[in-house]
Design a protein around this ligand. Sequence first.
Ligand SMILES: O=C(O)/C=C/c1cccc(O)c1O
Ligand SMILES: [Fe+2]
Length: 329
Amino acid sequence: MPIHLECLSHTPLHGYVDPAPHVVAEVECVTQAARARVEAFDPELVIVFAPDHYNGFFYDVMPPFCIGVEASAVGDFKSLAGPLNVDAGLALALAADVLADEIDVSVSYRMQVDHGCAQALELLTGGLDRYPTIPVFINSVAPPLATCRRARLLGQAIGRFVARLDKRVLVIGSGGISHEPPVPEIEGANDEVAERLIAGRNPSAESRAARQARTVAAALAFTSGTSPLHPLNPEWDRAFLDRLASGELSAVDGMTNDAISRDAGKSAHEIRTWIAAFGALAAHGPYRASLDYYRAIPEWIAGFAAMHASPVAQGTRAVVDHPVAAAAA
Ligand SMILES: O=C(O)/C=C/c1cccc(O)c1O
Ligand SMILES: [Fe+2]
């Protein structure tokens, strides 16, 4: 029944192309504080909403949402590899419940997750298997995408399931706000790239290294201002974060996919992970949210943010804290 939320941006570029040391230190400080809150909360179950970047989900079958019944991390870039500690019985019960709630979710008995999931688990819980976990994939890079409203409803259905459990549940949303790293697209792709997007599971070490080198080169170009990638959009990011913090979650329903790509970049669709996590929390009533960090970090190609939130007593309006938000530009 007790629920706690932590949302955090991710980036695989940490350790490859880093911002100034004081920015890295700032982020480390914020993630250590989040980790300490998780330790104190001592979750009995973690539900992690995460995207994938053509490491685990491909166009052979690309579901909008998928619940992992068994899952392992591929270990792309410097992220952890290995099995997650998935509570299979609970994952299946969750899927059945969400389907009964008329949100059409798929399941996977062999889910592969990438840095989008593994980095959050490592930073917030200390590893991939520290707590029983249910990974929930939200397609955020491979069009056609479900709507933000659908992500909110998925989160709320999961939140109602959580409310009936007699467990302390940590919900995690893992995603950048505005950003557009060089993730390939199937539209207009040549045969080789299209094949990689349709059936690129378990690539060779050379293929993975070449992909990672392309992302690192893109980050260097983005930082030096010579990149065609969509710029970060701090104003848009703050408006989105304020919207979540305000508790008026259904306001995200008006955000169209085209407008998100246009204003914040093609990977800004990762905000769905945050929307779903806040949806799960909102199913428990009003909440108090704290914007712990925001900074546009070009080296990491990320509008990078951290928030945490938990329920407040019924009858209270949503409460917003902005402890360090003003400190970071
Ligand atoms: O997988 C990649 O090549 C790049 C991923 C990336 C880069 C920057 C921010 C993110 O959220 C990413 O997932
Ligand atoms: Fe990402």
